[in-house]
Write a protein that binds this ligand. Structure first.
Ligand SMILES: [Zn+2]
Length: 1027
């Protein structure tokens, strides 16, 4: 239900970085639950160009009891954990609460939230969320949300509907921009246009399949309608929905807030208007402000423009109570879709147990249950891992395992995927056994310590996105009226827990007893694939259409045709967007400063050092060039990365080693990277990247653990290896539907060059196919030997480069430990550095997937990042996305998302996301030149400037201290290159756009690939002939 165009969920990190695009994990998720599972971030100022306003002493600028523009300041507190001052203000007339976190951070955040617990599954809150950002009294423009994306330098702009709330949020570092978007958001929520025609487009409508043919079949269309079909094409979503609705059946959570596709058509326009009047009232709203911009302008504007016109209404109607507790456990079963690339059909079942926990507003209790949940489910020392995963009769934990605290009652769930139905009883027995065992034996103090260490470190670790993270971790608590300020005092909660643990050694066992063993509010949910799942849906849909149509009068039937024509005309009409504010060139800030990187050869290892305030943490990246591995070996590196660190070492078994790692570091991450040459684009390297970080005081141990892992890893335990491999494969096919456009682009890129092919084989759908085949055809002993062999070839000083980010003061100490580490690493003979890139002949591929929507992509080779045409192509990609694809593929044809982009590797991509069409969309991609040629002839200054701003948004994305310099480290894109690129983007002229359009788009490119991920359809053959 998110409306972010930064569809980057699951993008290979290198790609994100190369594009300067941060993987917004929030994007594309349907409930807020996926968002932030822990109070994650940070403290201390990020690396900033300038600091605006800082509270240096405790003499607060705004004082408790004082009134400011109709608001009373109720509470002011300094929170040392995040180095911020929290202000709670209340609007005196309406009771609206405004929470202002003043922090020395220029990435300012603003959000307005409404409590919107659903009363049915028609998705009214969700459709309203779409419509709200579709024009308002002062900004009567269709979809100002998408239009503003190119008129601002926002670092986030989003709206989302959760299970019981609706949130409108944005962040930006530019104050003019901040005021602009704030005005639009506020006018949108309080005075939206809510036009009927937009309701038809965004919500649902009857329409003739062919809009112009009255005799063609009448079907249901609508963006939210299609969006929800797309969301529930992922089985893990269905499971989550079933879990929540069956665990909390007497509250709003039994409904699908986003809308159940078969219920959405029961929504009426009138109900939507009423919903807005009732729920979008200031007394039912909460406003969040974060960052360095002063709050007075916001207060004054809010009060005078909007709040002043409202009276107080008691928001009790939207209050969500606690669920009555059951006296005995419940059971439920769901059918789901058979996953095409998943396990064999009889193994594709899921089972999970969920237990209702405490009230979300009990802040300390939620914090402690969070720690308990970590102890129960994370890593090889956790009780459920030992009890449920290690017996190895499943594909490991499913996606709905964890402690969830976004609903009023929090709940804990643990589940397994890829289980045969015959093992359901076994799961349940093991589940109970595990709890009893844990209750009797208790927890290993070292394990508890490692979990608490992880929490402490997460407080120190700085992300680039503190304001958004703080809001998301507080949102549900706030929505239910809890103490959000107390929730930020993480050290205090931790101190309290430690005190309880030392006072009472049975403390955690007692929690297990209270919340698990004697808790009768327990649900067991099972889910099995049904081959007629889609057919059943289509039949139910057909029945619904027939029934609804039979209820319509002849007049209303005629209106279906006229509405279709009118909607099409509206979508195609040109409109005046000048009413929307836009930044001007003068408003655009200078590029962000960057700390100096130094490069040294230490013990012959190229080492990049970045001195930056890291808040007592040292970040380590080691990149091993593994290009010279044989193709067959390279194909197994993703598997190697996934399993070898979980097998223990010669000196420590895997459980002990995991505890050691977690008590000293933030774990080790290994990834394979295919990195193309950014200058000429005609060669590439394959890298294995190891990332970790640790508190400065643990750096010596961090290097010792690195050494132990890289030199002494041990793959001998074939039973464990087999289990890890099976879990790895089982997880590969989960989430394809959520990130389908990214998989589609990997697939189409694979048709353009051999490097693209390799990427798809290492990261994409081809990887799943390859792995499943490989495992079937080889014995576990053979696989073990192959992995051992790979491990013995890759970790060498001769093919390693290292990047270390730490504070300047600590650098000498880091270097000392680093040198000791290097002395013990072996040196093998030099490995080949690069492979020559080979471009391929045009082709098309259709990956058949059992999903009800398509993901289309087209890629062609243009020029790599450092070529002078690249910034121009990037501006063109923005133009194509905003002015061509969005209106046609999304608005007219009903795809949920679409766009164009160019990667650092020189590949220009087109994509669509959750698309009802396939071939039609590829045709639209193919006609880009006709549109570009016509457009570029009349390209005006404003349109061009907006496209540049769109590029700038991504270029100027904030970077966390641990990630500074990593673009250069991996891609060799320096800060100077970045500045040059940025000024080139800003200086692109209309003439240059025309000449680049002519150069790259006029002729069909020589190296081009197209693909569709989606259901089997007839006429695919003609597609192939078309290429
Ligand atoms: Zn949505």
């Amino acid at each position: 239900m998110h409306r972010s165009v930064k569809y980057l969920h699951g993008v290979p990190r290198s790609l994100c970085r190369a594009l300067h695009e941060t993987a917004v994990t929030r994007a594309l998720s349907f409930s807020v639950e996926d968002i932030v599972r822990l109070v994650e971030p940070t403290a201390d100022a990020l690396y900033h160009r300038e600091s605006l306003q800082v509270v240096t002493d405790r003499d607060y600028k705004y004082k408790e009891g004082q009134n400011y523009h109709g608001f009373q300041c109720e509470r002011v507190e300094y929170i040392s954990d995040f180095d911020l001052t929290s202000h709670t203000l209340r609007h005196m007339e309406t009771g609206l609460e405004l929470w202002y976190l003043n922090r020395n951070d220029t990435n300012n955040v603003f959000s307005i939230n409404f409590r919107t617990p659903p009363v049915d599954s028609t998705g009214v809150a969700h459709v309203l969320e779409h419509l709200t950002l579709n024009g308002s009294e002062k900004y009567p423009v269709r979809d100002p949300f998408f239009k503003m994306l190119n008129r601002s330098v926002a670092t986030n702009m989003n709206a989302l509907t959760g299970a019981d709330l609706t949130v409108y949020i944005f962040s930006t570092r530019n104050e003019t921009d901040y005021r602009n978007i704030q005005r639009i958001y506020l006018d949108s929520v309080f005075r939206p246009s809510l036009l009927y025609i937009d309701y038809l487009q965004e919500g649902w409508r009857f329409e003739h399949k062919n809009v112009h043919d009255k005799r063609s079949e009448i079907i249901i269309k609508g963006i939210v309608y299609n969006e929800m079909i797309g969301i529930f094409s992922e089985n893990s979503r269905l499971f989550r929905k079933g879990l929540v609705s069956n665990l909390l059946p007497e509250l709003a959570y039994k409904y699908t807030a986003g809308g159940d596709p078969l219920e959405i058509p029961n929504l009426t326009y009138l109900k939507l208007i009423e919903f807005h009047q009732k729920y979008y009232h200031p007394s039912n709203a909460r406003i969040f402000c974060y960052g360095s911009f002063d709050i007075m302008d916001t207060l004054e504007f809010l009060n005078e423009e909007y709040l002043y016109h409202y009276d107080y209404t008691d928001p009790a109607y939207s209050h969500v109570p606690l669920h009555p507790r059951w006296s005995s456990p419940h059971y439920a079963h769901l059918p789901c879709r058979l996953v095409s690339r998943g396990a064999p059909k009889d193994k594709q079942n899921q089972i999970g147990c969920a237990l209702l926990m405490c009230d979300r507003t009990n802040v300390q209790e939620v914090f402690e249950l969070n720690v308990l949940a970590e102890l129960l489910i994370r890593g090889p020392n956790s009780a459920f891992y030992k009890g449920l995963v290690e017996p190895n009769f499943s594909g490991g934990f499913n996606r709905n395992t964890g402690y969830y605290f976004t609903s009023r009652d929090t709940y804990f769930a643990v589940g397994l995927q890829d289980v045969s139905a015959a093992d359901f009883d076994r799961f349940y027995e093991l589940f109970q056994q595990t709890l009893h065992k844990t209750f009797i034996k208790g927890f290993d103090p070292n394990h508890v310590e490692s979990v608490l260490h992880k929490l402490e470190m997460s407080l120190k670790h700085q992300t680039a996105d503190v304001g958004n993270t703080l809001l998301f971790s507080s949102m549900a608590l706030w929505n239910h009226g809890g103490d959000v300020v107390a929730n930020l005092r993480v050290s205090e909660m931790l101190r309290l827990l430690r005190a309880k643990l030392s006072e009472n050694k049975y403390y955690l066992q007692q929690k297990v007893e209270q919340y698990f063993l004697t808790n009768s509010h327990k649900l067991t949910l099972t889910m099995s694939p049904d081959e007629s799942y889609d057919e059943n849906f289509r039949e139910a849909e057909k029945k619904l259409i027939t029934q609804k149509l039979s209820e319509l009068s002849p007049g209303s039937l005629g209106k279906i045709y006229r509405n279709g024509i009118q909607l099409e005309a509206t979508q195609k009409a040109k409109e005046n967007t000048n009413v929307l504010p836009c930044l001007s060139l003068e408003d655009v800030d200078e590029p962000i400063g960057h700390p100096q990187l130094t490069e040294e050869l230490i013990d012959n290892v190229p080492t990049q050092l970045c001195a930056v305030p890291t808040n007592d943490i040292t970040y380590l990246n080691c990149l091993f060039n593994i290009t010279s591995l044989s193709h067959d070996d390279a194909m197994l590196v993703p598997l190697f990365c996934n399993v070898f660190k979980n097998m223990g070492t010669r000196n420590h078994d895997f459980r002990e080693f995991d505890k050691m790692i977690l008590s000293k570091t933030a774990n080790f991450d290994f990834k394979v990277k295919v990195v193309e040459d950014v200058e000429h684009g005609m060669s590439y390297k394959i890298g294995l990247l190891m990332t970790t970080y640790a508190l400065d005081k643990n750096v010596k141990d961090m290097f010792a653990l690195c050494e132990e892992l890289l030199l002494n890893f041990k793959l001998d335990d074939t039973d464990r290896l087999k289990m890890l491999i099976e879990n790895y494969i089982s997880k590969l096919s989960v989430g394809i539907a959520v990130s389908g456009h990214l998989y589609a682009m990997l697939c189409s890129a694979a048709l353009v060059s051999d490097a693209g092919q390799l990427k798809s084989h290492l990261l994409g759908i081809d990887h799943i196919d390859f792995m499943k085949n490989y495992i079937e055809q080889n014995s576990i002993e053979d696989i073990r030997d192959r992995l051992k062999d790979i491990g013995s070839k890759v970790f060498s000083k001769s093919n390693m480069r290292v990047a270390i980010n730490s504070s300047e003061d600590f650098q000498p100490t880091v270097l000392e430990h680093y040198q000791t580490f290097l002395q013990n690493l072996p040196t093998f003979e030099d490995m080949t550095e690069t492979s020559k890139l080979r471009l391929l002949e045009p082709s098309f591929q259709h990956y058949v997937m059992n999903v009800p929507v398509n993901y289309c992509a087209k890629s062609f080779f243009a020029v790599p990042y450092l070529h002078e045409d690249h910034p121009v192509l990037r501006v063109i990609a923005k133009l194509v996305s905003a002015k061509y694809l969005l209106p046609v593929v999304r608005e007219q044809n009903g795809a949920y998302g679409t766009g164009a982009r160019i990667g650092y590797d020189g590949l220009f991509h087109f994509y669509s996301y959750r698309d009802p069409h396939s071939r039609k969309t590829l045709d639209i991609f193919d006609k880009t030149y006709e549109w570009l040629a016509a457009m570029s002839d009349r390209l005006d200054h404003q349109t061009l400037f907006e496209a540049k701003l769109g590029v700038l948004q991504l270029l100027d994305w904030p970077t966390a201290p641990g990630e500074l310099g990593i673009d250069y480290f991996i891609l060799r894109v320096s800060h100077e290159d970045y500045c040059k690129y940025r000024s080139r983007v800003l200086s692109v002229t209309a003439d240059e756009v025309r000449s680049v359009v002519h150069k790259y788009f006029k002729e069909e490119p020589r190296h081009v690939g197209k693909c569709i991920l989606g259901p089997q359809r007839e006429r695919i053959q003609s597609q192939i002939e078309n290429v």
